[in-house]
Every structure is written in structure tokens, then in C-alpha cells.
Design a protein around this ligand. Structure first.
Ligand SMILES: [Zn+2]
Length: 362
């Protein structure tokens, strides 16, 4: 095999990047003119090998995409990557691209969304929620994820999102629909705690704590040592995201659990893609997780909502893939440039925080 056919980074998959032994050899490999700097052409050659979807095929990055990466990783802004900057790449950027820690976040695969009061098949998009089960189970059987998270919508009986409770609550004067006129699936504004105005879609009573409807579907594979996150437990504020409530007043323990396990990447699946999967994925990106949505392992409620939210997720940086692509991604044989970009953004942010701390110190 000719030297140029060997992908330099394949041997670095799943290695320990806190060990900097291979750093100089790697730098020298791409610094073809031996001037101690990686210029645009040399960096481009590096990208061709870093971002591949099998052993030989590279993703084609545009010049602008490569420039955007250099911009993030080039601390001294001379347009080139020097050894010091490369060390940061090695320790943080390559680590996320070539040795990520990945969590499968299974959102709300609960009875009520499959066969109960909010069964997806009865919603406008007429999708079948149970179709996610074999796809998710197959991913779990392959045991490739470092961490598995099950989230549950877990509401008290007097929850704000239940249409049946609307008359018990104070509608805000600014609400376009007042309590007596409100119908199921309308969006109203409630006068919430601490003067908050809580916009809320009115759903049928669902996922009440301790009931059959709130249980995970019996055909969903449950793995040992998984993290379980209950959301929507506050009667006065709903929570679509597994990270935050809808008013960003309080967080679940999800970030803490992911941090404790050094997770860098989340793969999101489950129900419903236009509501809880979308909010969880968007918050995931906001928290700096490289976020992948498994397209054939999600189903949604409303066709327009699915389209709009998918666009919003893609614009935010979520990567949509098929479940069949996931094993290669977890083994780092398939390395998406979009995720590489997110990793570079994370590195640049961490560097900025680090610099600010240094400047702020006496
Ligand atoms: Zn709910």
C-alpha cells in the first residue's frame, strides 16, 4: 500500500490523547515543508484524513469550512497552526474527534406516547411510535455506547400541561385564549410562579407519575447502569427538554451525570421528534455536546412541526444520521466534519475561558 493511502488518524482511533507521545510525529507528518507551521494546504491534507466515512473516502470540506476550522484553532491569528496550537488540537480537538465518549439519550419511550392518551398514531402526523423500539433495541444490543440515558416525562396529577387542569389555573391577561375558551392542543399563557408568563400547549393528561402511561414501553430493552432522568416534575412549569424546564428555571441532573462520565457526544432518539427530542437536542448543542439525531429512531406529532424543528436542529449544529451509520461513528471510522467543527468550537471556547481566567488572576 502506498504511503498516501494510509490514513494517519486511523491508528489514533480510541487512543489516549492526554499522552502526547505521538504529537510531534503527527505534526511532522503533515508539516511537509518542515517550517514548523501547518499552512492552509498542509491543514487541508490533515482534514482529508481526519474526516472520513470509511477507510478511503474523505468528506469534502470546502475552503471556507477549512478556513473556519483554522480560525477556531489558530490562537495567535497568523493563519497557520504552530506547535503550541497543535498541542491544543491534539489534547482536545483530536480527542473529541477520534476518542469521543458517547451517550445514547432515549427520550420518553413511554406507554402514553405509544399506546396511551398521547399515542402518536392519533396525532396529525399519524406516525407509529412503536416503530422506534426495534431500532433503539438493536443499537443497545450492539453495546457500543459508553453511557445510556432513559428520560421519562414524569408529571404530577396537577400538572400545568394537562388540558383537564386548565380551569384550575390562572390564565395570564396577555393570553390570546382565555380559560373557558381553551380547547385541547391550544396554546395559552399561564401566570406562572415568580411573575413568569408560561406559554403552554394543552395536552391530554399523560405520563402521570407512577401510572402505566408513564412506564417505559415493555418492549424497550433496559440496560444495566443506565442513567434515568425524570422531567416535567414541577406542577407549574413544563419540561420538554431532558436538560432544562421550558422556562429555564431549573435543570435536571442530566448535565451532571454526563459530566461525571466525561461524555462528549450525545445521540438522541425517541419521542417526539418535534417536541422533547428537539428541545433535548437543542439544549445538548447549547451545552457543548456534539449532538447527533438518529433519524430512523424518532417519530413525531405534527408534520409542519417536524419540518420546522428539524431545520432548527440542523441550523443549530445537530447532525442527522441513520441508525445503520451509528456503529462506524462510535468506532470513529466515520468522522463527520460537522462534529469536528463543533469540537473545534468547544476547544476555542475552552481556550477563551482559560485566557480570561489568566487575565483575571492577580
Ligand atoms: Zn408532558
Amino acid at each position: 500500500m502506498a504511503d498516501e493511502d494510509v490514513n494517519y488518524f486511523d491508528s489514533l482511533r480510541k487512543t489516549d490523547f492526554s499522552d502526547t507521545n505521538g504529537l510531534k510525529t503527527c505534526f511532522d507528518h503533515f508539516d511537509k515543508d518542515r517550517d514548523g507551521l501547518l499552512d492552509a494546504n498542509e491543514f487541508s491534507a490533515l482534514c482529508k484524513q481526519l474526516f472520513v466515512h470509511n477507510h478511503s473516502d474523505g468528506y469534502h470540506l470546502t475552503e471556507q469550512q477549512e478556513e473556519a476550522l483554522v480560525e477556531l484553532l489558530d490562537s495567535d491569528k497568523d493563519g497557520k497552526i504552530n506547535m503550541e496550537e497543535f498541542e491544543i488540537c491534539w489534547k482536545y480537538w483530536f480527542r473529541q474527534v477520534l476518542s469521543p465518549v458517547s451517550a445514547l439519550v432515549i427520550v420518553d419511550v413511554q406507554n402514553d406516547f405509544i399506546d396511551g392518551s398521547l399515542a402518536l398514531r392519533n396525532s396529525p402526523a399519524c406516525q407509529e411510535g412503536s416503530e422506534v423500539l426495534p431500532v433503539i433495541n438493536k443499537l443497545l444490543e450492539e453495546e457500543l455506547f459508553d453511557v445510556v440515558v432513559y428520560t421519562k416525562d414524569w408529571h404530577p396529577a396537577d400538572h400545568i400541561s394537562f388540558f383537564e387542569n386548565v380551569k384550575e389555573r390562572n390564565i395570564h391577561p396577555s393570553s390570546p385564549i382565555q380559560g373557558e375558551d381553551a380547547k385541547m392542543f391550544d396554546t395559552v399563557k399561564f401566570a406562572g410562579p415568580n411573575d413568569l408568563v408560561c406559554e403552554q400547549t394543552l395536552w391530554p393528561t399523560h405520563c402521570v407519575q407512577g401510572t402505566w402511561g408513564a412506564e417505559l414501553h415493555q418492549n424497550l430493552k433496559i440496560v444495566d447502569d443506565a442513567v434515568v432522568i425524570n422531567k416535567g416534575t414541577n406542577p407549574d412549569i413544563d419540561s420538554y427538554s431532558a436538560f432544562w424546564d421550558n422556562m429555564k428555571q431549573s435543570q435536571t441532573s442530566l448535565v451532571e451525570e454526563l459530566k461525571a462520565r466525561r461524555v462528549t457526544d450525545i445521540y438522541v432518539c425517541g419521542l417526539a421528534v418535534d417536541i422533547c427530542v428537539a428541545f433535548t437536542s437543542l439544549d445538548g448543542v447549547e451545552h457543548g455536546y456534539r449532538t447527533v439525531v438518529i433519524e430512523d429512531a424518532v417519530r413525531g406529532i405534527d408534520c409542519d412541526g417536524i419540518k420546522t424543528r428539524k431545520k432548527k436542529m440542523k441550523d443549530a449544529g445537530c447532525v442527522f444520521v441513520k441508525s445503520a451509520d451509528v456503529p462506524d461513528m462510535l468506532n470513529c471510522k466515520d468522522r463527520h466534519p460537522e462534529l469536528g467543527y463543533q469540537a473545534a468550537v468547544n476547544v476555542a471556547m475552552a481556550m477563551k475561558i482559560h485566557e480570561a481566567r489568566l487575565l483575571g488572576s492577580p
